[in-house]
Design a protein around this ligand. Sequence first.
Ligand SMILES: Cc1cc2nc3c(=O)[nH]c(=O)nc-3n(C[C@H](O)[C@H](O)[C@H](O)COP(=O)(O)OP(=O)(O)OC[C@H]3O[C@@H](n4cnc5c(N)ncnc54)[C@H](O)[C@@H]3O)c2cc1C
Length: 239
Amino acid sequence: MGDLIQCLDHGYVRLVDVMGSDLTVVNAARVSYAKESSELTERDIRLIKFLAREGHTSPFRHAIAQFEIYAPLMVARQWWKYIIGSAHAEGSGDSLDAWNESSRRYITEEPVFYVPRDDEWRSAPENSKQGSGGRLDEILDYHEIGELIHVYEQHIEQSIHLYERSLELGMCAEQARLFLPAYGMYVRWYWTASLQSVCHFLAQRLEHAAQKEIQEYAKAILELIKPHFPVAVGELLSD
Ligand SMILES: Cc1cc2nc3c(=O)[nH]c(=O)nc-3n(C[C@H](O)[C@H](O)[C@H](O)COP(=O)(O)OP(=O)(O)OC[C@H]3O[C@@H](n4cnc5c(N)ncnc54)[C@H](O)[C@@H]3O)c2cc1C
């Protein structure tokens, strides 16, 4: 099944498969001199550091990881922006990266929604360039927050009811899904990407400027990928 890390209230990241190791990066670079290492030496580690530092990125694209991710659509939407070399990028037929997602055109499984815990709701930021400020319970009292959460949960319940009712009445699934509040709805997808793409995603989404929810997923990706490429990941994320 592969290693799995839980994220948010219902989500997870699962490492489905990995191709390569730190040695893959080294040998992709050493082929220039028709050389190959059979085990990682200090010299090889210095080579990985050099490649990462100088931006010689192609050797990092010979190592591949495949993940299954279950996350609210708002997280998937941010993730999907990592398009270089991705199968969903126009004209990228030569890509090794890929993205395949469950579709509510075809499946009608019970929708699942992200509902932050009472203490996880955040206030509007003071600086509009940040996504959110501190805890919402620092500016609203317990009852006010409770009321908002109640309305949110009711909203989800009503939406599910309308969705199911429209399916019962014979509407197609691809349109019935319009009744579902999309941002918080969980979707499942496979993401296959080179080590360079994974580290580019991590470099941006582990940062405090990234939305907290996607940061949680980025931490899970890091925890799953790092043991397979300890040197390369460390070096690509060293800035
Ligand atoms: C905190 C934060 C806030 C964001 N807010 C927004 C937002 O409000 N709206 C929005 O639309 N997006 C937003 N984004 C997404 C952002 O604009 C990028 O689309 C996303 O971070 C993916 O990064 P990327 O473009 O580097 O990745 P990729 O598209 O995977 O590109 C990888 C790298 O390839 C190179 N590259 C890519 N395209 C080209 C090209 N055409 N020519 C030459 N080199 C290229 C660049 O070096 C690039 O860094 C945000 C991202 C973050 C982290």
